[in-house]
Design a protein around this ligand. Structure first.
Ligand code: NAP
Length: 487
């Protein structure tokens, strides 16, 4: 039995003030549901774009698509926006839509507990907050994965994760080491290679690089976007169609996959030195890992002051990194661009739902959920961009808009019918089994690589669905998939 506390409008707690938290706030306000607080552990908003400030940080989804559909970003002067430009955009949007006034900073959630009628959310300082609805907007890539390399604490220089850039680190004229060759490392390589004395890029696995130049947006187009009603939206829609086409390759369209593969191979073949080209040649299928998108990476690693180090890292010493071939790579700064614990979504938070069932119970085998937005046995606990959201190079903005739109319809029903909603466990399991089955047949599951898409059993934690299909599937909640109890 599920009952909602008899409160006129629901009190909502949103966890996280990144893009998903900001949009949730905008949509709650648009519904007149102003009794909500966004809990943010840091001292400012912005999620990814607050945390990632490494040199060269940018979004490799074209900037006009990486903006809310109702507020096209007309400012970018190049195809890809930089991290600081995106942070400015989201902060401006949060101000404009009066979300900022709902954010409580320095408040980290430790625990959430359902008592049969409402949620009690406890912070890491022991404070308790009560809510009828909890929305988790915590993001999938926010817990840095730190490699277990012996000797790291012996290093005399600066060492930090790419998402925890040390503002005191000065790369100009320095000897820089970067561990990893994912999107973060490649963006950082392109930006720092011309500035450093020497760069060692420690590559464990070569990456496929999809070439896309950061072309300027001509002045006349930017003017049209500002002055002509509807132009920015039409331009954004055009870019969306083009990016969706790339997405088709990930979801199994053989023609799109061939085109994508050929583009990556052609880009790789621009590397002149055959030994370097061999080092940079992946031994798995294009798209198995999340594609790195860059028109400049291969130029950067062909510079005289850059070395791609493929010998394994043995240990870190006071003066640098010792590789398994015995060589010591002397460094001033070592950046661990080693990715994130995508499988730690919501963790280390503990969540206890009806009948004492915990998140650890329902996620013991696989992060069970309903369409990435709701959890069985967790009434009125909703997720944005939860596990099994689409992967590939899809714009996370589009995914978040679809998820928030769906969750808002659930909340509409919570308000209108005075109920608490939880997805049917069997239906959740059935839908998830179908997603996992499909995903395991895609290049993410069969492509012969390891990646943050995969769970510990090697099954992709992503949904191989095109965004238009996701939007159609999630246009309206299926009432019979949810249990609701009137109060
Ligand atoms: P990542 O793609 O997970 O890459 C981590 C890198 O670190 C890999 O090259 C990995 O090697 C290496 N690595 C991990 N542990 C290591 C160890 N112990 N020793 C040596 N190498 C190690 O991480 P990321 O680059 O931060 O990107 C994560 C995701 O963030 C991306 O896939 C993307 O979704 C998102 N992102 C997006 C953008 C954008 O522009 N939209 C920019 C940055 C990041 P292996 O391959 O061998 O595991």
């Amino acid at each position: 039995m599920v009952h909602v506390d008899d409160h006129a409008t629901p009190r909502v707690l949103v966890i996280g003030s990144g893009i998903a938290g900001i949009l949730t706030g905008i949509e709650l306000r648009a519904r007149g549901l102003t009794d909500f607080t966004i809990l943010e552990k840091a001292d400012t908003l912005g999620g990814t774009w607050r945390d990632n400030v490494y040199p060269g940080v940018a979004c490799d989804v074209p900037a006009h698509l990486y903006s809310f559909s109702f507020a096209p970003n007309v400012h970018p002067t190049t195809r890809f926006a930089s991290g600081p430009q995106l942070w400015d955009y989201f902060r401006e949007i949060a101000e404009r839509y009066r979300v900022t006034e709902h954010i409580r900073y320095g408040t980290e959630v430790a625990d959430a507990r359902w008592d049969g009628s409402r949620w009690t959310v406890t912070t890491t300082t022991g404070e308790s907050l009560v809510a009828d609805v909890v929305v988790s907007a915590v993001g999938r890539l926010q817990q840095p994965s730190l490699p277990d390399i012996p000797g790291i604490s012996d290093f005399r220089g600066r060492v930090f994760h790419s998402a925890r850039w040390d503002p005191a680190a000065d790369v100009d004229g320095a000897r820089l080491g970067i561990v990893g060759t994912g999107s973060s490392a490649t963006q950082m390589t392109v930006a720092t290679a011309p500035r450093v004395a020497h760069l060692d890029l420690f590559q464990r696995t070569a990456q496929w690089i999809f070439p896309m130049d950061n072309t300027p947006i001509p002045w006349w187009r930017r003017t049209l976007m500002r002055l002509v009603p509807g132009y920015a939206r039409r331009y954004r829609a055009g870019i969306k169609r083009w990016v969706d086409e790339i997405g088709r390759a990930a979801t199994g369209d053989p023609r799109a996959a061939d085109e994508r593969r050929q583009a990556c191979v052609d880009a790789l073949n621009t590397v002149r030195d055959p030994d370097l080209r061999a080092k940079l040649t992946p031994d798995y299928e294009v798209g198995c890992k999340r594609l790195v998108i860059s028109g400049e990476f291969y130029d950067a690693v062909q510079r005289d002051n850059v070395e791609v180090v493929t010998a394994g890292i043995q240990r870190v010493e006071a003066d640098g990194v010792r590789t398994t071939d015995g060589e010591l790579h002397e460094l001033d700064t070592l950046v661990l661009a080693t990715g994130f614990h995508a499988d730690a979504y919501l963790r280390p938070m503990t969540v206890t739902g009806e009948d004492g069932i915990t998140l650890d119970d329902i996620w013991a085998d696989v992060p069970m959920n309903y369409k990435s937005v709701a959890l069985p046995h967790m009434p009125n606990f909703f997720l944005i961009n939860g596990p099994f959201s689409p992967g590939g190079s899809a714009s996370v903005l589009s995914i978040i808009e679809i998820h928030v739109g769906y969750v808002m319809q659930l909340i509409d029903r919570v308000v209108a019918d005075r109920v608490a909603l939880e997805p049917d466990p069997d239906r959740s399991a059935e839908l998830l089994a179908a997603i996992r089955e499909q995903a395991s047949k895609t290049v993410w599951g069969t492509g012969g690589c390891s990646s943050w898409y995969l769970d510990r059993n090697g099954v992709p934690l992503v949904n191989p669905i095109l965004l238009d299909d996701l939007a159609a599937d999630m246009a309206h909640p299926e009432p019979t998939d949810f249990h609701a109890v009137p109060r």
